[in-house]
Design a binder for this molecule. Structure first.
Ligand code: CA
Length: 764
């Protein structure tokens, strides 16, 4: 009896202790970086108001193909909107932005009954049944009583559809309109085809070839055209598709493995074998999750879970674009279809980014944390130059006419200066920069430099010669010229060439207006643009006004301060941006563009963080002896303008740029001037950050006494030594660094105020 009692008690204790251990394990287990990502951040958007204009990209970092639940109609750039009721399909997408739209897209949709076209097959869904991770997506399609799941690889997807009991469980394959083809093979167990749909920027032979393999032979199958079934197993049409049908019992699972290629059907099959092969759905899911945890985990942050969720949701967006466009041949070497000349060529290629947005801090983030990726991207840029004669400015997948500037010079220079670019190709990339600085693409005027001849002759793009946004162009060309001079210096170019571009780097002075102390358009005869309203968006500027664009002197804030009348005046002008009411003149656009509305509603005056031109401005206080103001506003922008929610951004996210701003700012510093080697200090958001660099070193950042109110730096020790400068050096960080901030609720107004504490300016 005693023996039995003891045994029973031990069993009970054993059970209790193992349950307790399990419970404490669950409590102790923090969500991983990939689990913290909310891919729905920014999806509650519309044309008139962008809270991000993102879609849930179910993909791998920099993956060639992304996958998404599609709520919008075929061709609608707002392809997934949080307020939508119905899903029409699961789309392979390459869309960088709703304004640029998609290419090479096709979709699958599980349905019950013969519901083929995008209207009849659409199903009600609820976000309460939706599970969205970068590495896995699941949703309940109510009208069909189907659970759809998907997991990505770089170029493939694995689908799992859980069906109800029916004799008509159908997978609709939609190759979209404007020229597509489907072929049913092996009795419908395999479906191949292509889509040609695109939004421009491709040669006439552009195709995205796909192969879809089911885990069993269907009971029936058919091709269709414009939603109507057609006889035969092969159809080329304006809008082709296929159905494969199964008889299923309740809860029966159908798997589909999907791959595609821009090169050929044979390559699509190779991609499927290389990336999926015999792996199971669960293996693909856990592989994708491990990949995300590896990439996101390069930056470890400690702090409140909500801030960590925002941080990793932003870091996720920062490592999606530019996407891989090359594939791997039979020997594992990179090969790509050229969206520039239509040929299949060896080597890397990346696409779907606009440098006007992403030169600012997305590429600097890659250079610090993921340099081996940017080394491949730089090789891809040289391929773009070889295949098209120009570096890209906005690529999707080929050159697209969008935005202004010649900021490929910044992207190329920053990678050369920081030692990321393969030295063997640096000189060729430099030649590509010179070409772009002194030419304009014959068909795509935003590639190269529109107005280069006048700019080179006069030192500015005149306001009155029919080239729009002329002052903005002048400012960006001047910065780009400074970049070229830096790369030229690094590469040992002739002194007169370096001097030429350094001199042109000062051209920002030519559009500075002494009367208003702001940038202003200038006519060919040297007179100022008149009338002039510094609150007018567009016109001489690009998606911003003079108050926003005046700060686009990344390489010479001290020179700009001199023009304004000194440091104090410069600081007061920065203050004014926040103090001014959110007044605007939208007449150039004939209506309020969404970027204007996003400024107006934030209660931050004329500060317009929802668009890129001003995103470095907060950090400029570090150049004029008022670093605590940068600390205040950096925290203000982080706390107020970013949330891990569907309405979580304050404007277009734009291919990682607006996200990378948060990533840098939360770490505690920001690359105001790509092409220099400095990061300008802000206010670290987290108690502790560890950056695991690719060279094996770590950057440790600790913020003692850090709270939401304690946003001001009281002191900083770098590797144990007191440090008063307002910037950090890239190559110092690469050696591994220990940064210890002490934070407080009051500004330390005597710290970082010396002339020597200010970051780099060309004008000393
Ligand atoms: Ca933008």
């Amino acid at each position: 009896m005693m023996k039995h009692t003891i045994l029973l008690m031990s069993l009970l204790l054993l059970g209790a202790s193992s349950a307790m251990a399990q419970k404490s394990r669950q409590e102790a287990r923090q969500p991983s970086p990939a689990e913290l990502v909310n891919p729905l951040m920014g999806t509650d958007s519309k044309g008139e108001l962008s809270n991000g204009n993102t879609y849930p990209a179910i993909a791998l970092p920099w993956g060639m193909n992304f996958w998404m639940p599609q709520t919008g109609r075929m061709g609608d750039g707002w392809a997934y909107t949080y307020d939508a009721d119905k899903i029409r399909g699961f789309k392979q997408t390459h869309q960088p932005s709703p304004w640029i739209n998609d290419y090479g897209q096709f979709a699958l949709m599980p349905v019950v009954g013969m519901k083929i076209d995008q209207q009849s097959r659409a199903s009600w869904f609820s976000h309460k049944t939706e599970v969205a991770h970068p590495y896995y997506y699941k949703v309940y399609l109510a009208d069909h009583d189907v659970v759809a799941e998907l997991a990505p690889t770089e170029r493939c997807a694995y689908f799992r559809f859980t069906m109800p009991r029916t004799d008509s469980a159908i997978i609709v394959i939609d190759a979209f309109d404007r020229g597509s083809r489907v072929t049913l093979e092996q009795g419908g167990r395999r479906v191949t085809g292509y889509t040609t749909r695109n939004s421009g920027g491709v040669p006439a032979n552009f195709k995205n070839y796909f192969v879809i393999e089911f885990d069993r032979a269907p009971a029936f199958q058919s091709v269709w055209e414009n939603g109507q079934r057609r006889p035969g197993n092969d159809l080329s049409a304006n809008h082709a598709g296929a159905i494969v049908g199964f008889r299923t019992s309740a809860g029966e699972v159908i798997h589909a493995r999907v791959a595609s290629s821009f090169i050929s059907l044979e390559q699509a099959e190779r991609n499927l074998q290389q990336e999926v092969g015999a792996r199971s759905f669960d293996q693909i899911t856990s592989q994708a999750r491990a990949r995300w945890d590896d990439v996101l985990g390069r930056v470890e942050v400690a702090g409140p879970e909500r801030s960590r969720a925002t941080f990793y949701s932003c870091l996720y967006r920062a490592v999606l674009f530019p996407r891989t466009f090359h594939e791997q041949d039979a020997d594992g070497n990179p090969v790509h279809y050229s969206p520039y000349n239509g040929e299949v060529l060896p080597g890397y290629l990346f696409t779907d980014t606009g440098f006007w947005d992403t030169f600012r801090c997305l590429f600097p983030l890659l250079n610090l944390v993921y340099p081996s990726m940017n080394a491949q991207m730089q090789a891809g840029l040289l391929n773009t130059y070889k295949e098209s004669g120009f570096l890209p400015e906005w690529a999707s997948p080929g050159h697209r006419g969008c935005m202004i500037g010649n900021n490929s010079a910044s992207v190329v220079t920053d990678a050369i200066i920081k030692g990321v670019t393969d030295p063997a190709i640096a000189n060729d990339l430099y030649q590509a920069m010179l070409k772009g600085a002194n030419n304009v693409h014959p068909r795509v005027s935003s590639t190269g430099r529109a107005g280069f001849a006048e700019y080179n002759r006069l030192g500015y793009v005149p306001y009155d010669i029919g080239i729009n946004e002329s002052a903005a162009r002048t400012l960006e060309y001047a910065y780009d010229d400074w970049c070229i001079s830096r790369a030229g210096r690094q590469l040992g170019r002739p002194a007169e060439e370096i001097a030429l571009y350094e001199g042109r780097g000062q051209n920002y002075r030519n559009v500075f207006d002494l009367e208003t102390r702001l940038m202003r358009g200038r006519n060919r005869d040297g007179s100022s643009q008149s009338p002039f309203n510094p609150f007018k968006w567009g016109d001489a500027f690009t998606e911003g006004n003079s108050w926003h664009y005046t700060w686009s002197v990344f390489h010479d804030p001290r020179g700009l301060a001199g023009l304004m009348g000194g440091r104090e005046r410069f600081t007061a002008m920065l203050d004014s941006v926040f103090r001014l009411p959110p007044v605007f003149d939208a007449s150039y656009y004939g209506g309020v563009i969404h970027e204007i509305r996003e400024m107006q509603i934030m209660n931050m005056g004329n500060y317009a963080h929802g668009n890129q031109p001003i995103q470095h401005m907060i950090y400029l206080y570090n150049y004029s002896g008022a670093p605590w103001k940068a600390q205040f506003w950096a925290r203000e922008a982080m706390d107020k303008l970013y949330q891990p929610t569907p309405d979580g951004y304050c404007g277009d996210e734009d291919n990682g740029q607006t996200s990378a701003w948060y990533v840098f700012s939360a770490i505690g510093f920001y690359p105001v001037c790509p092409g220099s080697t400095q990061y300008v200090i802000g206010s670290p958001l987290f108690d502790a950050v560890t950056v695991h660099l690719e060279n094996g070193k770590t950057i440790k950042i600790t913020a003692e006494e850090n709270t939401p109110d304690n946003r001001y730096i009281q002191s900083l020790r770098v590797n144990g030594k007191s440090y008063s400068k307002n910037y950090l050096e890239h190559f110092d960080l690469l050696k591994g660094a220990d940064l210890r901030f002490r934070m407080g609720a009051q500004p330390a107004t005597s710290r970082g105020v010396g002339e020597d504490d200010a970051p780099y300016s060309f004008t000393h």
